[in-house]
Design a protein around this ligand. Structure first.
Ligand code: HEM
Length: 399
């Protein structure tokens, strides 16, 4: 069959009426690919996830920051010394010491700690009326856990959380009016992480950072900036993602009272299914971007070498070829693939998956146990457009 030019693929309009799911469903029914106004091609099918791991593509590097005119300064330094936007050996060298010390088993063993922190956050608010769930619970939980993993004293938590709030968007599309504030906070955050590392070099404490310092000492090629940025990367990559996913999963559970009732009757039995479905139904990461290294034939369309292609997770996670009744929220579905696409794939698959799952599963289980009559107050939360989709306000009453 003749290969069609990319110009024949439909164009997505971000101003189109309807939510992202409705827009992408319409496109998916027309073609397997869509073009965006900024020149990135969206691959819409679950099967296109193979592009993420294929040797015919590479990870995006500095392209998105260059597009925004950012070519130096602290945001640029974060991009160019981290693992997420690197390829090949450079990526492997930066990732190895983190992967070794942030191992799946170790993170899974954090569950009792997560239960302790979630209880500390939820218990005093039961029966206390409506609360700002986004900031009082969902932002606090991952910040407190990563602070504990890194050995940040509780007294530093307010400034640590302020830095996270100021700098988390560094990984995605930046609101350029906030650039100065982001960069000032990044500079201070970097210095703080540098001091934590220095402290462990002088006095190892047998904790995560001491092990990480030890693992990096074995690789003389890693610069001090690279060593620091991987720690910052862990903090930033795990913040807005876990925060928004926790909010949307709880919101959808509460919207389906029968499923909420089933969950609160058996939180430990159902928590894995709840989180897998929450992450599928409303994906916090909109897509996994790559660049074509050679001309690609994607389902009959020619995608020329050099084209940025993002596999749309919002679309792929509702692909009817994989998920029965994809627009139905169902915590008991059995058709989740073994590797949940929300955490990417291949060399860059999320390092924090085990921690994110532990945080979400245990926090939701704590809420179900301590506050079985929890109710959503006011508007249903939504996720904005963006690489990491920011959650709107969400108020709940724990009861
Ligand atoms: C629900 C929560 C989370 C989701 C949905 C998520 C999703 C992802 C995805 C899709 C990628 C791959 C991006 C790509 O290939 O372009 C990724 C990478 C990464 N994630 Fe997560 N993540 C989450 C939580 C976390 C947490 C809690 C941490 C650490 C504490 C973390 C640390 C990282 C790091 C360091 C990378 C870069 C890996 C590499 O480039 O080799 N993430 N994440």
């Amino acid at each position: 069959m003749a290969v069609r030019p990319l110009s024949e693929a439909p164009e997505i309009s971000f101003d189109a009426p309807g939510d992202a799911h409705a827009v992408l469903k319409r496109l998916r029914e027309q073609a397997p690919l869509a073009r965006t106004p900024i020149g990135i091609v969206l691959a819409l099918r679950h099967r296109h996830l193979e592009l993420v791991t294929s040797d015919a593509t590479r990870q995006m590097e500095t392209e998105t920051k260059v597009m925004q005119g950012i070519t130096s300064g602290p945001i640029w330094d974060l991009m160019t010394t981290g693992m997420l936007f690197a390829n090949g050996d450079v990526h492997a060298r930066r990732r190895a010491p983190v992967a070794r010390t942030f191992a799946f088993k170790l993170m899974d063993a954090m569950r009792p700690k997560v239960i302790e922190v979630a209880t500390e956050l939820v218990e005093p608010r039961v029966g206390a009326g409506p609360i700002d769930f986004v900031n009082e619970i969902a932002a606090q939980l991952p910040a407190r856990i990563i602070a504990d993993i890194l050995g940040v004293p509780r007294s530093d938590l307010p400034i640590f959380m302020q830095w996270i709030a100021d700098t988390a968007e560094s990984l995605g599309f930046i609101d350029l009016t906030r650039r100065q504030q982001i960069e000032d906070s990044l500079t201070a955050f970097n210095a703080y992480v540098g001091d934590l590392l220095e402290d462990r070099r002088k006095t190892p404490k047998g904790d995560f950072l001491s092990d990480y310092v030890d693992a990096t000492a074995r690789d003389v090629q890693l610069s001090e900036a690279e060593i620091r940025t991987q720690v910052l990367g862990l903090i930033l990559a795990g913040s807005d993602t876990t925060r928004g996913s926790l909010c949307m999963t709880l919101a959808h559970l509460l919207r389906h009272p029968d499923q909420w009732r089933a969950f609160r009757a058996d939180p430990d039995g159902l928590k894995k299914g709840v989180v897998a479905e929450g992450l599928r139904y409303e994906p916090i990461v909109s897509g996994v971007p790559r660049v074509a290294l050679r001309d690609l034939d994607i389902d009959g369309y020619l995608v020329p070498a050099g084209t940025p292609v993002a596999v749309s997770l919002i679309s792929a996670l509702r692909d009817p070829e994989v998920y029965a009744d994809p627009d139905t929220f169902d915590i008991t579905r059995t058709d989740h693939p073994r590797w949940h696409p929300i955490f990417g794939g291949g060399a860059h698959r999320c390092v924090g998956e085990a921690l994110a799952r532990a945080e979400m599963e245990e926090t939701l289980a704590v809420i179900a146990r301590l506050a079985p009559n929890t109710a959503l107050i006011g508007d249903f939360p939504t996720l904005a457009q963006g690489a990491i989709r920011q959650v709107s306000a969400m108020n709940v009453a724990f009861a």
